[in-house]
Design a protein around this ligand. Structure first.
Ligand code: IVH
Length: 682
């Protein structure tokens, strides 16, 4: 009987449903105890067993899917590009100072403005990561948005869900039905060191500091990789109506009780003496913290007083940031050398008497380019100030001129390439001197081969800097296309290669023919085209033939491609030598297009045949990338700037006033996203 069946169904499922809910609750609590409180109650093994049980139950009950389940923390590979969302309250920055006196002056201004009212200041750490805004509705995380330009940011909810210390479902009680909490996403030192060690072993570029690593990680399109890297988050600002208390500190303590990680360093301070002591204490104590900090923040505690003090255009008057001075050492210059990069860019490097700085010995420090070196006015054997700040690559920040040796000559930038002797050129408007001899200058050739075979490019194992140099020295490989003509016997001529290792390289070269087109574009070493740009360019063009034909204007219409990059891409493909290399790579069988059956690029209709679009503003239903792809897949064309030839402007929120003015003056039809979606759906 149907009714009986329904009841049976309910009985079994009811048990499972209750168990799923119970497991989720328990696992959320254990996550909190482990990641926020650092006081786990069960072993990792027991935790894994509970997680496995939940995974199994969820797999057989897809109707109970919940993006906030603890199982979602490991991430999925489903994330697409990022959409943007406008911030409910703009994300402002803080007024900065490096001096205790200025912090005291701020404290006095606050006192004066409050006309003798009692006030309390909250001292807290300034975490050095990337800021995040989380929106909670009915106790659940619904959206995570990066700072972006302060008005709008990228929606990175899928990635944020993988951060174990962020509560997906709140604990306790008293949270408002709708609120926003802001904090800093950080990559703890231990995770940062591990990540860079991995990158070094794989030959990838290192992250300069945990801040870059945190923001880079948060923008990855693969939440599983985000989960693996070990981000963490500290919270410092609660916003919304119906907050639990009328002061910042109690609100943050309430947030802590709901499951957010709020630093133990957050402390009420009752006088400027307390503030000064807090600074003196944390100036050195911060070095013991597991995460990077670049200063302290002081905030007026009372929300009513905050309201009275208000904001300037850029920052609140009720808060100030005190920044720690970067660590600095003084050491003698031995000589200046000039490095040649794979794009031919010459970087001046100061070679120093070894000196200890923030726990490591420094022997070399970059001076970036000619302008910076000139501004430093470096003379032979000068005593130089080296700083690390948040960077792992030290830089020269000044000269102790009082210690200059009499008669010492100024150090000049080279005028010819230190590797090949070619006369250097300087592109107008750029700071860099470049060696133009890209076909015969060894470090450039070797650098391009090294880049081409890298893990994130063609992923050919067994060829590092040394092998690439030897392949060139033996006359086997002059450019990346020559790799595909390489014979095992040629490799065996190279020191350190036996039959087996030579075979491994040849197999790797063969396997690289399956690498997707977007990575091939990145591997080509087009100036300024990094991994993300390569992906966008490859997807927008669809094939190498199309990419090679695209005009500067068409290239500029691709997201992230500005006029300079568009020009370099066009120049790169206009070069005969590059054209020949691409032809040979094509003949060798590399992937030179996005597959036709790729559901993300296949044509959909002719609805926009021949129509030319310019996209402007922020959208809510699809990302800009998605709109660009939809335009192309329905037969239309994207261009970067408005001209007489533009048929439509697809305008989101906050379209720039200059564009609006131009569109009006040329009488171009402006459509919103709904109108556009109707156009392609009809
Ligand atoms: S309060 C309106 N508190 O510093 C004030 N910011 O320069 C909002 N930051 O964008 C910020 N630790 O990314 C605040 N304890 C802290 C902070 C903090 C780090 C970052 C945050 C912000 C930037 C301001």
């Amino acid at each position: 009987m149907p009714q009986q069946l329904t009841l049976d169904f309910l009985n079994n499922d009811g048990d499972d449903a209750a168990r799923i809910l119970q497991l989720r609750k328990e696992l959320h609590r254990h996550n909190y105890l482990y990641y926020v409180k650092n006081t786990p109650e069960i072993s990792d093994y027991d935790f894994d067993m509970l997680m496995k049980e939940l995974e199994a139950l969820e797999a057989s009950h897809p109707e109970m899917h919940d993006p906030n389940s603890p199982t979602s923390r490991v991430g999925s590979d489903l994330a697409d590009g990022f959409r943007q969302a406008a911030h409910v309250y703009p994300m402002l920055s803080l007024a900065n100072t490096y001096s205790i006196d200025e912090v005291d002056a701020w404290g006095k201004r606050v006192e004066e403005a409050l006309q003798g009212q009692q006030s309390c200041i909250i001292g807290e750490m300034k975490f050095d990561g990337t800021s995040i805004s989380l929106i909670y509705e009915h106790g659940k995380l619904v959206r995570a948005v990066t700072r972006g330009d302060g008005e709008k940011g990228d929606v990175v909810t899928d990635n944020v869900r993988t951060i174990q210390s962020i509560p997906l479902t709140l604990q306790g009680e008293g949270w408002p039905e709708f609120f926003e909490i802001r904090g800093e996403i950080v990559l703890p030192w231990a995770a940062f060191d591990r990540l860079n060690a991995e990158r070094e072993a794989a030959g990838d570029a290192l992250f300069a500091n945990p801040r870059n690593a945190a923001s880079g990680t948060l923008k990855l399109l693969n939440p599983t990789e985000v989960a693996r890297r070990g981000l963490d988050a500290y919270f410092y600002y609660l916003l919304g109506e119906n907050l639990p208390a009328d002061n910042h500190y109690d609100n943050m303590m309430a947030a802590r009780a709901w499951g957010f990680k709020v630093s133990d360093a957050m402390t009420p301070l009752y006088s400027l003496d307390d503030v000064d002591q807090y600074i003196n204490h944390w100036d050195s104590a911060r070095k013991e913290l597991p995460v990077a900090t670049d200063g302290l923040v002081f905030k007026v505690n009372s929300l009513r007083q905050q309201l009275n003090l208000g904001f300037t255009a850029k920052s609140p008057r009720w808060a100030v940031a005190y920044k720690f001075a970067a660590e600095r050492a003084l050491t003698r210059l031995r000589f200046v050398s000039f490095d040649v990069g794979r794009m031919g860019i010459i970087t001046p490097v100061a070679n120093l008497e070894p000196v200890l700085l923030s726990g490591t010995i420094v022997k070399r420090a970059s001076m970036h380019n000619d302008d910076i070196m000139r501004a430093l006015d470096i003379h032979e054997q000068d005593m130089l100030y080296v700083e690390k700040g948040g960077e792992i690559i030290p830089k020269i920040t000044g000269v102790d001129t009082s210690a200059r040796i009499q008669g010492a000559k100024p150090v000049e930038f080279v005028s010819s390439c230190p590797a090949c002797g070619a006369k250097l050129i300087r592109v107008e408007g750029e700071a860099a001197w470049v060696c133009p001899n890209k076909e015969n200058c060894v470090p450039q050739i070797v650098g391009r081969i090294e880049h081409f075979v890298g893990r994130r490019m063609m992923n050919i194992d067994g060829i590092g800097e040394e092998t690439a140099a030897q392949l060139f020295a033996h006359g086997f490989v002059h450019n990346i296309a020559d790799l595909y003509d390489l014979k095992p016997t040629q490799l065996q001529d190279i020191e350190g290669f036996a039959e087996k290792s030579a075979r491994r390289v040849i197999d790797g070269i063969e396997a690289s023919k399956n690498v997707p087109f977007e990575r091939v574009v990145f591997a080509l070493s087009i100036p300024y085209v990094g991994e993300t740009t390569a992906k966008k360019v490859a997807r927008a063009a669809g094939s190498i033939e199309r990419l090679m034909q695209m005009s500067v204007d068409e290239l500029e219409a691709i997201e992230d491609v500005g006029p300079r990059i568009a020009r370099t891409i066009a120049d790169f493909f206009a070069d005969n030598e590059n054209q020949a290399i691409v032809e040979r790579l094509k003949a060798a069988g590399l992937n030179m297009n996005i597959p036709d059956d790729d559901s993300a690029t296949a044509p959909l209709s002719n609805a926009l045949d021949g129509k030319s679009f310019v996209i402007s503003g922020v959208f809510s239903k699809h990302s800009r990338d998605e709109y660009k792809s939809l335009i192309e897949r329905h037969g239309g064309k994207n261009t970067g700037s408005i001209s007489k030839k533009t048929d439509f402007i697809l305008a989101g929120e906050n379209m720039g006033p200059a564009k609006l003015e131009k569109a009006k003056s040329l009488n171009i039809t402006i459509i919103d996203e709904d109108t556009f979606l109707n156009m392609i759906n009809s």
